[in-house]
Design a protein around this ligand. Structure first.
Ligand SMILES: [Fe+2]
Ligand SMILES: [Fe+2]
Length: 343
């Protein structure tokens, strides 16, 4: 465990893992500028969940969604709530490993992003249903064994890293995070974009689009951390490639099992094949991005490419905003100081 303040450390010997650091956040002189830049990006992506009017979704949730769509909606939201809750709680544990101040800085911002995502789910639930129903969704894992199983696997990977701060455990928790940020959220995201493409639950999807934009930044940051770890510890990385592949296999299996259970062939616009293909496509891309071989069926193109336009977040001038009459919910930083009343 690194020291909270280490006056003896030579800050020019900083490394991602096992380096020396006084723990001073000297952000004017960093080794990896991109992490400072990612925080700037996150800051410019600021958004306010409570600014989205959920009224149209309430009517649709009650009266328009099919039973299967509502059930999928509940399960997916429940899983997303779990993911962001565990991220908010666990990211500081990852920061405990790290001896690069710019990444500690980035993780502090990421922790905030994940907490904001929880606020977003809270805003969705409290506005489209009554409290007992919302509570049931939050604890859906108590009644869905597939959901409970995957929540437990994610937690076990994270728990393991909290004990022994070995290089292997650090690599594993980086991969676990990368899978969470880059794979687990995504069939769920597509479910919302698919509903929105059919004119359903557009306010919920607006929230999801902003969340997905944040997750993209997190995913890139973890990809970078894995690459830096590999450069610093080539032999640890090489010796544990099988562990990484096996974590990917488990993650893909769990993502497919859950998505087939809650979406399967029950939702117009999605089916078992598109779920499996998309998960394989995404997992291969994530492997390739960290310099590993594709291990899953080689799906040439994204089966949900047609939903990408829906997923994109644009500013006030966006066609999509006009198309769906979505009010812009982002705010620009200079307006924060004199603009809270207006918010
Ligand atoms: Fe998140
Ligand atoms: Fe995230």
């Amino acid at each position: 465990m690194k020291k909270l303040f280490n006056p003896e450390a030579n800050d020019s010997l900083q490394k991602l893992y096992g380096g020396e650091t006084t723990n001073i956040l000297n952000l004017s002189n960093v080794k990896y500028q991109q992490f400072v830049d990612y925080v700037d990006v996150a800051y410019s992506n600021n958004w306010l969940p409570q600014k989205v009017d959920m009224t149209p979704d309430r009517k649709q949730y009650e009266n328009v969604l099919s039973i299967e769509e509502r059930e999928a909606f509940d399960n997916i939201i429940s899983f997303l709530i779990f993911l962001d809750s565990i991220q908010t709680n666990n990211l500081p544990n990852i920061a405990d490993y790290i001896t690069l101040p710019e990444i500690v800085y980035f993780l502090a911002r990421q922790t905030w992003d994940e907490a904001l995502h929880s606020r977003s789910y809270g805003h969705i639930l409290q506005n489209i249903m009554d409290k007992p129903t919302a509570n049931k969704i939050v604890y859906k894992w108590k009644e869905n064994p597939i959901l409970f199983k995957r929540n437990k696997v994610i937690t076990e990977w994270y728990e393991e890293s909290r004990g022994n701060h070995s290089s292997v455990n650090f690599l594993k928790v980086l991969i676990a995070n990368y899978l969470l940020e880059g794979l687990y959220f995504y069939n769920g995201f597509q479910f919302f974009h698919n509903l929105a493409s059919r004119g359903l639950m557009i306010s919920s999807d607006t929230q999801i689009r902003y969340i997905q934009r944040d997750e993209n930044v997190h995913c890139v940051a973890f990809k970078d951390m894995i690459q830096i770890f590999r450069e610093e510890n080539p032999s640890v990385f090489e010796e544990n490639k099988d562990v990484i592949y096996s974590m990917f296999e488990d993650a893909v299996e769990l993502e497919i099992e859950f998505s087939l259970d809650v979406i399967g062939d029950k939702i117009l616009g999605m089916n078992s094949k598109s779920i499996i293909d998309y998960t394989h496509y995404l997992a291969n891309k994530r492997l390739k991005d960290i310099g590993l071989e594709k291990k899953f069926e080689n799906i040439k193109s994204n089966p949900y490419a047609h939903l990408e336009k829906i997923a994109a977040v644009d500013d006030e001038s966006s066609n999509r905003s006009n198309q769906f009459e979505v009010t812009s919910i982002t705010y620009k930083s200079p307006e924060i100081l004199d603009g809270w009343d207006e918010l």
